[in-house]
Design a protein around this ligand. Structure first.
Ligand SMILES: [Zn+2]
Length: 186
């Protein structure tokens, strides 16, 4: 499990089933953090505010999942999720990079793809889709005065937490591309 961006079908047309399925999904991911961990939510909201402007997405809502794996998800209704594990391991700049990658998915394919997508990639997703989101994330970070290289170190942490071959090898390919871009930018 890595940094996920899940892009789901719109709630339109199935409004009755969506709340329960989302609540079930949240529970499967470890559930939302308790009110006693409000500081985590405030940090996530604060970092999201640093990257979301100008992306042209729906209004965004972020929540924190109780999950030790460094995962982040987003749904095409504008719901974003980051895990406690991700927030513990990532700097604010890396957290911004993870969110920027997910915003990239929402901007690029959120309106067309019903399939979950992921920062780490998912089985049915192509490298092209992930790289496209990475490149847009770099642009988003740069436009907001944040270092694009934070995405590279974020992916390195994701890769370190994942030894599942179907995630790890695509991550390595993307990191190589990002490292080349980082070097060119220096
Ligand atoms: Zn992704």
């Amino acid at each position: 499990m890595i940094i996920f961006v899940a892009v789901t079908l719109s709630a339109q047309g199935c409004a009755d089933s969506v709340p329960s399925s989302r609540a079930r999904w949240e529970m499967e991911q470890g559930g939302l953090v308790s009110s006693g961990q409000h500081g985590l939510l405030l940090r996530a909201q604060s970092v999201l505010a640093r990257v979301e402007s100008g992306c042209g997405t729906l209004p965004l809502h972020i929540a924190v999942l109780t999950n030790d794996a460094p995962v982040a998800h987003s749904f095409r209704d504008g719901s974003l999720y980051v895990s406690t594990g991700l927030m513990r391991q990532f700097t604010d700049e890396e957290l911004a990079a993870a969110l920027a990658h997910e915003l990239g998915h929402l901007v690029i394919d959120g309106l067309v793809s019903p399939e979950p997508a992921a920062l780490a990639g998912v089985a049915l997703q192509t490298d092209d889709v992930e790289l496209h989101a990475d490149l847009l994330a770099r642009n988003i970070l740069h436009a907001h005065g944040l270092p694009p290289a934070a995405l590279t170190t974020a992916l390195e942490k994701v890769a370190a937490a994942s030894r599942h071959e179907s995630f790890y090898q695509p991550l390595v390919r993307r990191m190589k591309t990002l490292q080349t871009l980082d070097a060119q930018a220096r």
